[in-house]
Design a protein around this ligand. Sequence first.
Ligand SMILES: Nc1ncnc2c1ncn2[C@@H]1O[C@H](COP(=O)(O)OP(=O)(O)OP(=O)(O)O)[C@@H](O)[C@H]1O
Ligand SMILES: [Mg+2]
Length: 517
Amino acid sequence: MSIDILKNLDIFVRARYPIIYITTFEEGRADDYLIKIGRSRNKKVISWSQTRGLMPAGGGSQNAKSISEGSQDPMSALDYVLASHEPAIFIFHDFHPFLGDSTVIRKLREISTAIKESFKTLVIVSPVLKIPCELEKDINVIDLPLPAAGELAVLLNKMISDISDNRDIRIDLGSEDRELVIQALLGLTISEAENVIAKALVKNGALDSGSVPVILSEKEQIIRKSNLLEYYNTTENIADVGGLDSLKHWLNLRRLAFSEKARNFGLPAPRGILMLGVQGCGKSLCAKAVSALWQVPLLRLDMGRIFSSLIGSSEENIRRAVKVAESIAPAILWIDEIDKGFSGMNSGNSDAGTSSRVFGTFLTWMQEKKSPVFIIATANNISMLPPELLRKGRFDEIFFVDLPEAAERREILKIHLKKRMAPYESFDMNALIEASEGFSGAEIEQAIIAALFEAFYKNDGLKCEYLLKALAQTIPLSKTMKEDIDALRGWASSRAVMASKPLELSAGARPRRRLEF
Ligand SMILES: Nc1ncnc2c1ncn2[C@@H]1O[C@H](COP(=O)(O)OP(=O)(O)OP(=O)(O)O)[C@@H](O)[C@H]1O
Ligand SMILES: [Mg+2]
């Protein structure tokens, strides 16, 4: 990845793109790349910040003098760029606040035209992407990817050699453990990785296989702090999901899809699935279980946060989230309730523009992504989803998760009764299955909990009769939302694959799924 970014930047510089905009929090890393390019192309590299003005990039001490008097002022710094004749790369750090000023914008347009004919390049490096529309055609944006395994390995080696004469710290990293440590660091910036390694060292007094869990839990915190993604530690297992056999079979077939063996066999990495369906029937549960089944990390993307103005611009948020997911890949990116995220697009309100831009960024990424990030999207309401998302080829499959049938309810009852150590072998399962017709998995679970409360109150064990009573007292969503569910089924019947076991046409079996109302 880092080689790619270096190559890309080099091409931009050689092709005389006048203004490049690198979005990143890692200013130092971006500078390093540009200094490397400057060196190899025989160009001076000069950096600017509002506090220090124009300085030679890299190595300049805090007391070093600015190379141009008064160049802290952005306009005079830009004048310097325009007037200078030498081949050079000018790096402007955190220039985004000045991109709202019409004089600065005008000056940048003039520079853009003028430096096309020169050997100068202006690079803006900032964590915030802000391009005024007047400059859209003059600026080319590059996203700095998070450090790849190779860069993290260099950091790790450097830190190990820095502490090699410290007798209080034990280093015991075989090549496999080393791989695991680097794998665990993926998704972090260089400085975050450095902090995390330091913390693991201090905590355990050693760098060994025991450092991996420390690093992982630190990473979890850091990713959570970004407020866009949640690193999920799943305890759910595929055996905790009752029914949905056809979906489970599909997932099981792809269990080793991200392995090297599968790649060598010529298998493409699966792209993703959309689970559409009735509330409380196990969509979120399945997403969590897949992570355990495939042994890949699960990252939950909060669509609401992507659009929250508190964090940053929505488009930048989605780019950042995708970047983290890619750097951790193979990973599952779980977008729960994707319908809610994109609902703004249809509303025709002022938010519609932002929503469609975010959506566009996301669709392009889905289309072009090469990294093994498997998307699991879930939705209840298809009317909210833009048709482009549902087009064949975006997802590997669209699964419809319906209310559980009798056999599935048996499994769900068993799973949840077993979890609560109820003596279900003595329960009248057929009566329970009948009483729970039209119930979702979540409603069955809730009825079991209600029955448990009654048993506890009566100082009794959980009995079948308590559960039958709780089921009888529940009005399932399938009754109150019958029209909505029917509409969803109608839509799904021709466009989605049933997540439950397909019915076999054996004696007594029904050729079509019977609606259970
Ligand atoms: N098929 C199932 N097998 C076992 N438990 C289930 C099943 N379906 C639902 N449950 C129970 O109900 C809980 C809630 O289900 P879940 O959150 O997965 O539903 P969902 O389909 O994501 O609903 P929503 O559309 O409202 O997000 C689960 O955590 C689980 O305990
Ligand atoms: Mg859910």
